[in-house]
Design a protein around this ligand. Structure first.
Ligand SMILES: *[C@@H]1O[C@H](CO)[C@@H](O)[C@H](O)[C@H]1NC(C)=O
Ligand SMILES: *[C@@H]1O[C@H](CO)[C@@H](O)[C@H](O)[C@H]1NC(C)=O
Ligand SMILES: *[C@@H]1O[C@H](CO)[C@@H](O)[C@H](O)[C@H]1NC(C)=O
Ligand SMILES: *[C@@H]1O[C@H](CO)[C@@H](O)[C@H](O)[C@H]1NC(C)=O
Ligand SMILES: [Cu+2]
Length: 581
């Protein structure tokens, strides 16, 4: 690979070379802490004040803005006191920096209270992204925000006058541990996620956007929900899609979007020339396992306004109805620059399901097995097991799939469950060869020809399938998981291990910074050897983590506190559980 001369030296004098031009370095220092009682649903009577996780004393948390080529250096200081944390930069490729991806027990240890941890990475691609805690199911407690990477030269710069950001999110009155216990631990086999108390636009209610007649506006739309997909539309204002998940696309007209977990869109809206009223921005939160066959009414909605200037009066009562026929099928949206990935070098089939009884408890599974996080973060196993790193058996029950650099990889995703599930891939965009309608069953004939939609999160319909492909051009350890946050702890996750030997030496060698190891040490986590920390016999599975019964220890695990997460009194790795806070 051609590397530029731009080098980046760290304090430890490790030198990384980025495969492209390097801009400025953006340095941020974030205290992650509980901040007061907030009621973002106010004045709606559905909300109550509750503690939330904020940054530097603030909630909502800040939006990160940068430009393609910039290096971002964010130090987080865990001041929560009672929970571990860690941040994933959703959709950012992390080229050459898999260890900065932020997924706990995958590319790092969870950061324990009292510890700091620095993320440093280079931004290779423009677009609309977000960041969120990737420890347990922590982010619905507030630790999620927007991350915008501006273009150096926006291909659509002439198409709009102003740019706006709009986030939608579901909101819960209860804290995550409580939700997990009452909803998942006591779940029947259908494992229905907890129902949110309400919906937010821009972390509140009643967001107003100033609109001047005749002007054109780019809206970046981000869904930071934990559970619900959102039907989103602008009253009487059709729009043009120009970006999905950071991929610039050919202009595509639409009237109604369904934004699933983790997805983003940029759209252009043209203001009307003459108006006599304002117009609503309407988000209808979908509470159904299958939105095409609703079982319950979607009674959670949020509303914003296209507030015309000069003022033309308050928005009318928001229209929360929509015409289902207006819904755009995102697979028709084509990237501005399609790259043909050629013939498939390796194909894996992932059959996923939920509600199966595995070892006596209900779980979510990939090829029959729930993901179980291990003692050694998967990336650290890949780095420290020599040639054995290519053997999936050393990684434990993380649903590992090994690929090699340069391969065109095809994933056949068969959804055996009746509900739709939005799957997100870390470290890559993928192309979508096909996505079938609900009840289409497993993939049989596969066709990856022609221009293909490209994104990093795809909604897969119930009892149906999708086929995706990507170029293995980014050695690292990358999760592939359902983004309904409540399904993650149940195990609806696979791990793509991309060229582990390349990570050990040569151009793609990763060097783990000391503060990353320190987070493990404070947690009493081993950092070498197979999944169970065996550095001699990598095939010894006796110390691997296995699926746990749904008990309190497992619940604590979800937050990084349980027997496997091993958060203990600092420096005393033999202390019994429960740990002393
Ligand atoms: C941690 O502390 C916060 C703030 O006091 C509290 O609201 C929250 O419930 C605690 N979390 C756990 C897991 O104990
Ligand atoms: C779980 O359900 C049982 C039986 O209905 C009930 O007694 C218990 O309080 C529930 N536990 C939680 C955490 O909701
Ligand atoms: C938001 O994300 C959640 C999961 O993170 C997903 O279940 C939901 O469908 C998404 N909604 C939107 C509006 O993107
Ligand atoms: C929300 O929107 C749905 C779907 O159109 C509608 O049926 C419901 O009445 C709305 N609820 C509220 C509280 O506005
Ligand atoms: Cu993610």
């Amino acid at each position: 690979m051609l590397k530029s001369l731009a080098l980046w030296a760290t304090a430890a004098s490790t030198v990384f070379a980025f495969p492209g031009p390097v801009g400025q370095t953006i340095k941020l220092n974030w205290d992650i802490e509980w901040v007061g009682n907030k009621n973002p649903l106010s004045p709606s009577p559905r909300g109550i004040a509750r503690p939330v996780i904020g940054i530097n004393g603030q909630w909502p948390v800040p939006t990160v803005e940068a430009t393609v080529g910039d290096i971002v250096e964010i130090t987080i200081n865990n001041k929560l006191g009672n929970e571990t944390t860690g941040i994933h930069w959703h959709g950012l490729h992390q080229i050459g920096t898999s260890h900065m991806d932020g997924a706990a027990q995958v590319t790092q240890c969870p950061v324990p209270p009292g510890s700091s941890f620095t993320y440093r990475f280079w931004l290779d691609q423009s677009g609309t992204y977000w960041y969120h805690s990737h420890v347990g199911a922590q982010y619905p407690d507030g630790l999620r925000g927007s991350f915008i990477v501006h273009e150096k030269k926006d291909p659509y710069a002439d198409e709009y006058d102003e740019e706006y950001l709009l986030t939608v999110s579901d909101w819960y009155n209860e804290q995550v541990p409580e939700l997990l216990v009452s909803t998942i631990f006591n779940a029947s086999l259908d494992m229905r996620p907890p129902i949110p108390a309400g919906g937010l636009i821009n972390d509140g209610t009643g967001a107003n956007y100033n609109i001047v007649p005749g002007k054109k506006y780019k809206f970046r739309l981000i869904n930071v929900s934990a559970f619900t997909g959102v039907f989103l539309f602008f009253e009487d204002h059709p729009f043009t899609i120009i970006e999905i998940d950071g991929v610039n696309v050919k202009k595509t007209d639409a009237k109604l979007l369904f934004l699933t977990a983790g997805q983003r869109y940029s759209v252009i809206i043209e203001a009307k020339e003459t108006v006599t009223k304002n117009f609503a921005i309407s988000a209808v939160f979908d509470l159904n396992p299958n939105f095409r066959q609703p079982l319950v009414p979607n009674r959670v909605n949020a509303t914003g306004a296209l507030a015309y200037t000069p003022p033309v009066g308050p928005p009318l009562v928001a229209p929360h109805f929509y015409n289902f026929d207006d819904l755009i099928d995102d697979t028709i949206i084509k990237p501005l620059n399609h790259v043909d990935l050629g013939k498939t070098d390796i194909q894996y089939t992932l059959n996923f399901d939920m509600g199966l009884v595995v070892d006596g408890v209900p779980r979510a599974t990939v090829n029959g097995l729930p993901y179980v996080s291990q003692k050694v973060p998967t990336l650290y196993s890949a780095l420290t097991t020599g040639k054995d790193a290519e053997n999936p058996a050393i990684y434990g029950q993380i649903n590992p799939f090994i690929v090699k650099k340069g391969q065109t990889v095809e994933l056949v995703l068969n959804n055996k469950h009746f509900a739709h599930h939005p799957f997100h891939f870390h470290g890559h965009h993928f192309q979508v060869c096909q996505r079938a309608a609900q009840f289409a069953g497993d993939a049989t004939e596969i066709d990856c020809s022609g221009e293909l939609m490209e994104r990093d999160t795809i909604d897969i319909e119930g009892n149906s399938h999708a086929v995706i492909r990507f170029k293995a051009d980014n050695p690292g350890v990358w999760l592939f998981h359902c983004h309904i946050e409540w399904h993650v702890p149940l195990g609806l996750t696979a791990t793509i291990i991309e060229d582990p030997l390349a990570l050990q030496k040569g151009d793609d060698k990763l060097t783990i910074p000391e503060d990353h190891f320190a987070a493990c040490k404070a947690n009493c986590h081993p950092t070498k050897g197979n999944a169970g920390g065996n550095t001699v016999n990598h095939l010894d599975t006796s110390n691997f983590n296995k699926p746990e019964p749904f008990d309190d220890a497992w619940r604590l695990d979800l937050l990084g506190f349980g027997p496997h997460a091993r958060v203990r009194v600092q420096g005393n790795c033999d202390a019994p559980f429960p740990f002393a806070a």
